[in-house]
Design a protein around this ligand. Structure first.
Ligand code: GDP
Length: 539
């Protein structure tokens, strides 16, 4: 179905594509569930298990899907809320999978930064924030867990400003009675939302009433002393806090902050509505030589994630494409910019409760489509109709852990090779080969060591290969280009090893950052690359 230009522009305008960045345990899963509840995608929210030992091995959503039986796609959760079409991108919680999260952020138009009111900015938040900042993503902050007393809110905001260098301004403020959260002050309208607990541990949406600061309802809810204290706090926010500067928010330099509790739902609705009204729809994106307007250009997008074997019964891979312009047109012939290969756009796939189905809903700029792929697409590839354009690459991190891989049963070698190739194409691991007289020895590199656990588990489950890893004493890798004898000389020094990747590009592994730096300074004939030269661009 081809939309008219006006209808396409309208569809794009109502898209909100974002990710939630937070430190594990800040409440991302709980908040996500509440967004689904409010969007009508689920009827009641169940409380998320407090401790999940195997949570790092799967996407948080796959886990939610298993626990709650809700339908979600593996990398994006989409639902309607009021007149918005929401695309919430999955960001795995564990730090060893931050590369996945960084990639998801390249596909987002904005981010929600979720903080725990007792902990403020934590390590993982800081790292993810720096990626958002680099991309100038607008960030909206939700201070969670305000049903418990936490750090003083103004102090917390000061800390955020100091640690992240972003201006914070209060959008909603917690209203308490004897330490208990009863509502939030909405700075936009100067009134207070009072909530009534539904008595079902946050499973359903609480009743909210909007009342004046001078109202009897507020005085009854928090007492006259409470009202007085709140008025003082509001005065303080107005004096000490920043003014709302929405242009700065758009540039990613300031963040509106809301307080609330994802567990009891207090303040979640106001936050969500404020966020949706302020967060930008898909905006123009830069390509190598120009800018692509979402509504004025035919279909284009880039692959931000590739996943093999999502459905064990179908041995195929799915490339997740963030649509950046136009409308997905089934049957049209697109071009993959890296290779110049033609790609017929087949029916996009959707994954509902682990079953593969065809997605029949419309996909326009802002949406994510899953394309079945037979090995033609890689993370970072641009797929476009019309002119050959290229979106900037998706960041790829240099691995910090390396292991040689051994198999018990030599007859499974072909299966191992296939599994390693697939998983490397997904970007789960970096696959390298060390030359030897008996043939190339596979070496795997990973950013976080947990990725190795996942690798072994998936090789076993998906390829029937029992493998074991032997840790190697290297901690960084660089692609190198230059005269071969020079590469050989550098690689032969103590604590290094020469290897190549699956495309035959040369790398040197180093035992530590210091020897790497020294080589980079000394070897003027060689060029050291963070990413594979000529195939992807560093973000
Ligand atoms: P994630 O790791 O960021 O996905 O965090 P979860 O959503 O799994 O939550 C971690 C823990 O914090 C769980 O025990 C939740 O019940 C709890 N939690 C989440 N939101 C709130 C909240 O608003 N208040 C309180 N008190 N606990 C919360």
């Amino acid at each position: 179905m081809a939309l008219s230009a006006a209808a396409l522009a309208e569809e794009i305008r109502r898209r909100r594509t974002f990710a939630i960045i937070s430190h594990p345990d800040a409440g991302k899963t709980t908040l996500t569930e509440k967004l689904l509840l409010y969007g009508g995608a689920i009827r009641s929210a169940g409380s998320v298990k407090s401790r999940r030992s195997d949570r790092h091995a799967t996407s948080d959503w796959l886990e939610m899907e298993q626990e709650r039986g809700i339908s979600i796609t593996a990398s994006v959760l989409h639902f309607e809320y009021q007149n918005f079409r929401i695309n919430l991108l999955d960001t795995p919680g564990h730090q060893d999978f931050s590369e996945d999260t960084y990639r998801a952020l390249t596909a987002a138009d904005s981010a929600i930064m979720l903080l725990d009111n007792r902990k403020g900015v934590e390590v993982q938040t800081q790292k993810l924030f720096s990626v958002c900042k680099k991309r100038r993503l607008p960030i909206y902050t939700f201070v969670n867990k305000c049903d418990r007393i936490g750090e003083d809110p103004l102090r917390l905001l000061d800390d955020v400003q100091a640690e992240l260098g972003i201006d914070c301004f209060v959008s909603t403020w917690p209203v308490r009675r004897e330490g208990r959260l009863v509502g939030v002050y909405d700075r936009g309208c100067g009134k207070v939302w009072l909530y009534e607990e539904a008595g079902d541990h946050g499973r359903s949406r609480p009743r909210a009433t909007l009342v004046h600061l001078e109202s009897d309802e507020l005085a009854t809810a928090i007492g006259s002393e409470g009202v007085e204290k709140l008025s003082e706090e509001i005065e303080l926010i107005e004096i000490a806090g920043s003014e709302a500067d929405f242009d700065a928010v758009e540039r990613g330099e300031a963040s509106p902050v809301c307080f609330g509790s994802a567990l009891t739902n207090f303040g979640v609705d106001v936050f969500l509505e404020r966020f949706l009204s302020l967060a930008p729809p898909p905006s123009p994106r830069e390509v190598t030589d120009g800018v692509i307007e979402p509504a004025a250009h035919p279909f284009s997008g880039f692959v931000f994630k590739v996943q093999a074997n999502m459905d064990p019964r179908h041995r195929d891979r799915v490339a997740f494409v963030r649509v950046c312009s136009g409308e997905f047109e089934e049957g049209a012939e697109a071009v993959v910019s890296r290779t110049g290969q033609k790609l017929r756009l087949a029916q996009p796939q959707e994954f509902m409760a682990r079953e593969r189905t065809h997605a029949d809903s419309l996909a326009v700029a802002g949406d994510v489509v899953g394309l079945l792929d037979r090995g033609n697409l890689r993370v970072g590839d641009t797929v476009a109709l019309g002119d050959r354009i290229e979106y900037p690459g998706v960041p790829r991190f240099s691995p910090e852990h390396f292991s040689q891989i051994h198999i018990e049963d030599a007859l499974r070698r072909k299966h191992l090779d296939r599994g390693l190739r697939h998983l490397a194409e997904e970007g789960t691991i970096l696959l390298l080969f060390a030359p030897s007289i008996t043939g190339p020895i596979p070496i795997v590199g990973a950013v976080g060591s947990l990725q190795f656990d996942v690798l072994l588990d998936r090789l076993q489950r998906e390829y029937g290969v029992s493998a074991r890893l032997e840790k190697l004493p290297f901690h960084c890798a660089r692609w190198v280009t230059g005269p071969d004898d020079q590469i050989e000389k550098v690689a032969n020094a103590y604590g290094r090893r020469r290897v190549m990747d699956a495309d035959g590009a040369q790398l040197i592994l180093f035992d530590n950052e210091w020897t790497l730096r020294r080589s980079m300074e000394q070897e003027k004939d060689l060029t050291f690359h963070d990413v594979q030269p000529n195939t992807s661009v560093d973000a």
